[in-house]
Ligand binder design. Structure first.
Ligand code: ATP
Ligand code: MG
Length: 472
């Protein structure tokens, strides 16, 4: 069978002709070949040549157009360029050998077989010849096609060697199993358990890249459970592991917060592909183990877990080299507010409580509501329905009040400047008191959210403070 027909991008034809002209042998390899058999879209194109990847890349680019810019990475012996919606990478076939004390392999030129030996999984070790008398032939040295059919993740060589050589592959095994809904072969999984500790030599950035791909998979819980069972999770996110387990006193149990969290993450993934919302879901109860108390009257409590949880997110983000910018701020905001809509439902959905929620959540109110709805995971369907109905009421009320009061991204109708000018003040405690009084009155619905009402209150508050008007 000629598999060249399956490679739709025009680069393959051009690369094959160019390789013939240079007298070298080239192959499509890796993800693109795998994805053909999975009927999956794939973006980046990897081409391996038995010879120089940089030479082939340069020749192919100039065969297409003199205007293509080729990025050359001499140290890695690779070169790439963008062409028709794809990044095409060329690399010389190589042989890698590892020493146990280093992550950096010794790299030599090699054959296609050497190159396939260093791939992570059988499903990623497929190649299609682009030229010569093997043109169009599929090379499947390790039974990758069968493993695709059987939905199996397996290393081409002894898994102990594959994982010890590059421990990131253990994260990749879990990631592919989750993305593709495949099973990691027992023998392979055993090797992950045995080598999990070696993940410590991998940079946090690369670990988090894989974790994010797991979170964005159709059912993230599958991957997180594999991370837990394999011992990998303990290496980079022990805080999440600490959520696992159920304690019981006087026959009163709390729920297992690890599995609860996974349920929430899965539910968020069904309605959103916002990675930061997924992180908020993953961490929303992260402080429960540290705030857990038992009270004979009311049972288990986790008072303040939303506040401590937001603080723990700081440490976790720093530790995992996640961005500590407005993304972290967003995650912390959602964690710290995640009980508010529930509290609102349990007390009373008053206008002023809704107004305060809108004020605190700002533009993230819709995401917060999604998180709260996903957070309802009771086994009791009646209870779940009751909560969801109540949240629907909150949503209606939020909309009403937003239309009336426009409190998202609220700006005070009267600025500190104007307060200072009116009373002839310099920046001082009094200015703050007046500003707070105006904000509180608006949030409580005592005055309207407009200039005139705020002006009137400002004058009254000034009088209370014994201030006089500035008559300049
Ligand atoms: P995706 O692009 O969807 O993440 P992919 O399989 O294309 O999946 P890449 O990271 O783009 O993954 O890598 C391309 C190919 O390079 C893989 O298919 C695999 O053959 C090989 N590869 C990547 N990383 C490793 C690794 N750590 N160890 C061994 N082989 C690897
Ligand atoms: Mg890829």
């Amino acid at each position: 069978m000629n598999f060249l027909d399956k490679l739709e991008h025009p680069i393959y034809g051009i690369a094959g002709e160019t390789a013939d002209r240079l007298g070298v042998q080239a192959y499509a390899v890796g993800g693109v070949v795998r994805d053909i058999f999975l009927n999956r879209e794939s973006k980046d194109i990897d081409i391996v040549v038995v010879g120089s990847g940089i030479e082939l890349a340069t020749a192919v680019a100039s065969a297409i157009s003199p205007n293509i810019h080729v990025n050359v990475y001499k140290n890695f012996g690779t070169a790439q360029f963008a062409y028709k919606d794809a990044v095409v990478e060329f690399v010389g076939a190589r042989k890698e050998s590892y020493r146990p004390d280093s992550r950096k392999p010794i790299v030599e030129d090699g054959t296609l077989e050497d190159d396939q030996n260093r791939r992570d999984f059988t499903i990623n070790a497929l190649a299609i010849s682009l030229n010569g008398n093997t043109k169009g032939l599929l090379i499947d040295s390790f039974g990758g096609i069968k493993d695709i059919q059987d939905k199996i993740i397996r290393t081409p060589l002894d898994p102990d060697i594959t994982f010890s050589d590059d421990p990131l592959r253990m994260m990749r095994a879990v990631r592919f199993a989750t993305q593709l809904n495949f099973t990691i072969l027992d023998r392979t999984f055993q090797a992950i358990q045995d080598n999990a500790k070696r993940l410590e030599i991998i940079s946090k950035e690369r670990i988090v890249d894989e974790l994010n791909k797991i979170l964005l998979s159709p059912t993230p819980s599958k991957g997180i459970i594999l991370l837990e069972k394999s011992g990998l999770l303990a290496q980079f996110l022990p805080e999440l592991l600490a959520l696992k387990g159920v304690e019981s006193i006087d026959g009163k149990k709390h729920k297992d917060n690890f599995f609860h969290t996974l349920e929430v993450v899965d539910k968020i993934r069904m309605v959103s592909n916002n990675i930061w919302l997924l992180w908020a879901a993953l961490l929303h109860d992260i402080a429960k183990p540290r705030t857990k108390r038992y009270n004979p009257q009311v049972g288990w409590t986790f008072h303040g877990h939303e506040v401590l949880g937001a603080r723990m997110a700081d440490r976790i983000f720093k530790n995992l080299r996640l961005p500590v910018n407005e993304k972290l701020k967003y995650v912390k905001k959602l964690i710290s507010l995640h009980l508010r809509p529930i509290a609102l439902v349990e007390d009373q959905i008053t206008d002023s409580a809704v107004r305060r929620l809108l004020f605190d959540a700002g533009d993230d109110i819709d995401d917060l509501m999604m998180l709260c709805e996903a957070d309802v995971t009771s086994k009791n369907q009646r209870k779940v329905q009751l909560y969801l109905d109540n949240f629907a009421k909150v949503r209606v009320k939020l909309k009403e009040i937003e239309e009336k009061d426009r409190l998202r991204n609220w700006q005070p109708p009267i600025s500190g400047e104007l307060i200072m000018q009116t009373f002839g003040l310099s920046p001082s405690r009094e200015v703050g008191i007046i500003k707070t009084a105006i904000r509180e009155a608006i949030l409580d619905g005592i005055i309207e959210n407009d200039y005139n009402a705020a002006m009137e209150l400002m004058l009254k508050e000034g009088e209370k403070l014994g201030l006089t008007l500035n008559n300049r």
